[in-house]
Each structure stands twice: as C-alpha cells, then as structure tokens.
Design a protein. Structure first.
Length: 493
C-alpha cells in the first residue's frame, strides 16, 4: 500500500495543508482525549457507578470492550485506507468521537455509557492509523525526530496524565463535564483536520475485504478482553474467564500466522519478522504490559489499602509525566542514530527499577516512595514503547507504516490490557496487604527475564547498531533498517 500525493487543486482548497504545526495538532487531538480516559477511569469509578447505577463489573466490561475496540479499530482502518481517502476516514472518525462522547456523558444507565466509550475506543484506533502515518511520512526528514517525540507524548504522555485527571474527578466530581471537555477537544481536532488534512487517491479502491484478518482481529480483541473483565465478578476457574481468553489468543496466533503466509497481507508480518523489529515489538509489549500492571496495582493499593483520596493518588503518580517527557526528548535526539535499540532497553531497565522501588512501598511511606517509582515507570513507558514502535516501522517501506502501526498496537494492547487485570485480580485474591508486593515482585521478575531474553535475541540475530537510512526510507520503497534474520548468528553455516 502506498500513500498517494494530494492533487494540487485539493491542496489549494485546504488553508493549512502542508503546515507541520497544524498536522501535529490534529494528530495529538485525535489521540489524546481517549488515551487520557484509559488511565483516568479507575480513579473516578465510584462517581460514575453512583450516577448511572452501574456495577463494578459493568464498568470493567465497558473499559475492556473499549480497549478491545481501540485495538480492532487500528486493524479495521488499515483495511479501509486502501479503498477510502484518509481525509474522509479522519473526519468521519473525529466526528464520531464527538458524538460518542456526547452519548457517554448523557447516558442515564450502564448500557448507553458502555456504547459511548466503546465507540470512543473504536474511532480512536481508526484515527491512529489514518492520522499518524501522514504525519510521519508527509514531511521532510528534518521533521522526523520531532515527529517521533510527538508520537511518544501523544501515546504515553496522555496516558501518564490520565490518573491526575481521574483523581480530580474522583475527588471533586464532574465526570460528565470531563467527557464534555474531551468532546470539545475532539471538535477542535475536527475543525483543524478539516483545515489541514490533505486528501489522497486511495491506493487500491477495488481491494477485496480481508475475510481472514478482520474477523480474526475482532475475535482476538473482544474475546480475551471480555474474559479478563469477568474477573471482577468471578475467578480464574470460571469458564467465562478461561474459554474466551484461550479462544481469543488462539485467534491471535491464527491472525499473525495467516498474515505471515499471505502473498498480499493486510499487515506486513513477514517483513517485520526479523531481529530488530521483533525485538522492538516484543519490548513494546513487555513494557506496555508491565507498566499498565504496576500502575493499576499502585492505584488499587493506595485507594483500597492506604485509603488515600483519588486526588492524592493522582498527584502521587503524576511524576510519570516527567519521565515520559524526558524519554520523548531523548528519543528526539536519538531516533536518527544507532542508539534507538539501546534507548528501548533503557526503558525496560527503568521499568524494572520502578518496580523495585515499589517493593519498598507501605501504607506509611507511600507518599515518598510512589512518586520516585512513578518517575522511573514513566520514563520506562516512554523509552520502551515508542522506540519499539519505530524499530518496526523503519523495518518496512514507509508506505506500509500504517498497517505496521496497526499490528504493533494490536499486539501491545493485547499484552497491556490482558496482563494488568489478571495480576490485579491475583493481588486482590491474596489480599492487597500482601498481594501488592507479591504481584509487584512477579512483574519485576517478568521485566528482568524479558529484558535478558530480548538482549539474547538481539545478540543471536547478529545485529550491529547502525543509524537508520531515513532519507531512503522517506523517498522510496527502501527500508530504513536492514535487519538480520532471527537467530542469524547461530544459523550461519
């Protein structure tokens, strides 16, 4: 799939077309509102439950299905952009996000609220694939480093900001006002997009619907996310948990395997099955899963065991924003150098340090320990995920970066939003007083073991640090990285 250039006639009718600041603004406004909600909801759950008469299971199901819709929306958009102009997809999805936000904020019951937040997730996933690739590939190479920092801030800066927003709403009330504000941000994004987003001729208007990828992607996301949501009212032994999770993971394996074997796949699995992109994607999955788990555990421990007010909890984890910002600045400086894989590893190490700090937390010292841990967790998330995303994106031709982002976000979301609820339920089953430290220790062990395995995989691939060839990548069908095959160093004869 190739991104075709806009016609000069269309370009002249769009006042801000080609303006880099406007393109950055529309991308951030497309992603930020929903990503704030992903980490804000937990701290304002009691307010929402009281206002709409929902149970904890209903809210967890709404959150789980919304995250599933986000991951599925990215895959669906990768299919749609072949036949429909990206500008049209963007405008429809941004308008859809506004309407779904209004539906959620005006919902009198759990059913309509769930419908609203699920649609929010779906439209944001589609916006990810329709808005980010033009920002990355549609501007001169000199802008690419800044774009990388913007992507990092857009993906994890807003996630890190979410707990503070959720804490404010959880303590002071006004969740409907928050949704109204997010709808207003999306409306601004819609306006800027109408003035900025360039049209294009779809590369394959007659491309067939992928009857293997899309249904499998739907099952891969919805089934496991329903299963883990069930844990709020059941246990690990319930078939309602185990059957959907197992079936969904099997569908995920079939999806990736089928895309690998296809001659013209929707998502470029075969081109990114080499050392650098595999290590990058696996690192993003590991860091995303462990970061989400530690954040959810910390919030649960502070609210249920230490009995802190939601606002206090939000303030204590706010230093993660500083960590994400530092990671974004470093990525901006290193994205065009040979040090990107090392930055990704530093994010994993930072996450392990944050987990180690959390092991010392107690109800008496949490106010001092948690901010320090949050700083390391924030840097770990920013430095571990975004470089992994670009290691995969630079390993395919620039025209395929949209489907590549869709695949990476599908896998990362699957890991992050499955592992977190499972580990949280395990801690609650044991009892938060002991379970918190036990599960943090498990997460620390997963992080360390995962990091060692990824370093080993990198070494066994025979990869050598080299800067990406960004000029060739942006200008033609070449890849920026020429990665060795998996295990190339030991497969040589």
């Amino acid at each position: 799939m190739r991104f075709s250039s806009p016609s000069p006639r269309l370009f002249s009718r769009i006042p801000l077309a080609g303006r880099y600041p406007a393109a950055v603004a529309l991308s951030l406004l497309a992603l930020s509102p929903y990503l704030i909600l992903t980490t804000a909801t937990a701290l304002m759950e009691p307010r929402i439950m009281g206002d709409i008469g929902a149970t904890r299971f209903e809210l967890q199901l709404a959150s789980g299905m919304s995250n599933a819709a986000y991951a599925f929306g990215a895959v669906a958009a990768a299919d749609l952009v072949q036949r429909v102009a990206r500008r049209r997809i963007y405008l429809i999805c941004e308008a859809g996000f506004v309407l779904s936000s209004v539906l959620a904020l005006s919902a009198p019951n759990a059913g309509l609220f769930t419908a609203g937040v699920v649609l929010q997730g779906l439209f944001t996933g589609m916006l990810l694939v329709s808005a980010l690739p033009p920002l990355v590939t549609g501007h001169p190479v000199e802008r690419l480093a800044t774009t990388g920092a913007v992507v990092s801030l857009g993906l994890f800066g807003m996630v890190a900001f979410g707990p503070l927003v959720g804490g404010l709403v959880g303590s002071l009330g006004g969740w409907r006002g928050l949704f109204a504000g997010l709808a207003a941000l999306a409306a601004i994004g819609l306006t800027i997009g109408a003035l900025t987003f360039e049209g294009n001729e779809p590369p394959a208007r007659r491309a067939r619907f992928d009857w293997t990828a899309i249904p499998l992607a739907l099952a891969t996301t919805t089934l496991p996310f329903f299963g883990v949501s069930w844990l709020t009212r059941g246990s690990f032994s319930d078939p309602a948990f185990s059957v959907p999770v197992v079936c969904g993971l099997i569908c995920g394996v079939l999806l990736v395997g089928g895309q690998y074997r296809k001659t013209t796949p929707l998502m470029p699995v075969r081109p990114i099955s080499n050392t650098l992109p595999v290590v990058g994607m696996a690192n993003a999955m590991l860091v995303g899963a462990c970061f989400t788990s530690l954040l959810e555990l910390t919030e649960a421990f502070l609210t249920r065991e230490a009995h802190y007010a939601p606002l206090r909890v939000g303030v204590l984890v706010t230093p993660q924003i500083v960590g994400v910002f530092v990671a974004a600045v470093l990525f901006r400086r290193l994205v065009s150098t040979r040090w990107t894989p090392h930055l990704a590893l530093s994010g994993t190490i930072s996450l392990a340090i944050g987990a180690g700090v959390l092991l010392t937390a107690s109800t008496t010292n949490a106010s001092a320990v948690v901010p320090v841990a949050a700083l390391f967790l924030g840097f770990g998330a920013g430095a571990g995920v975004t470089p992994g995303l670009f290691l995969a994106g630079f390993s395919v031709p620039s025209a395929q970066i949209g489907p590549t982002f869709a695949l990476v976000e599908l896998l990362r979301s699957e890991a992050a939003f499955l592992v977190g609820p499972v580990l949280l339920h395990l801690a609650l089953t044991i009892g938060l007083a002991e379970g918190f430290h036990f599960v943090v220790a498990i997460t620390l062990a997963l992080t360390v073991i995962g990091a060692l395995l990824l370093v080993g995989l990198y070494a066994l691939g025979g990869a050598r640090p080299e800067p990406p060839d960004l000029e060739s990548w942006l200008s033609g069908p070449s890849t920026a990285y020429h990665s060795p095959a998996l295990l190339a160093a030991i497969r040589k004869t």
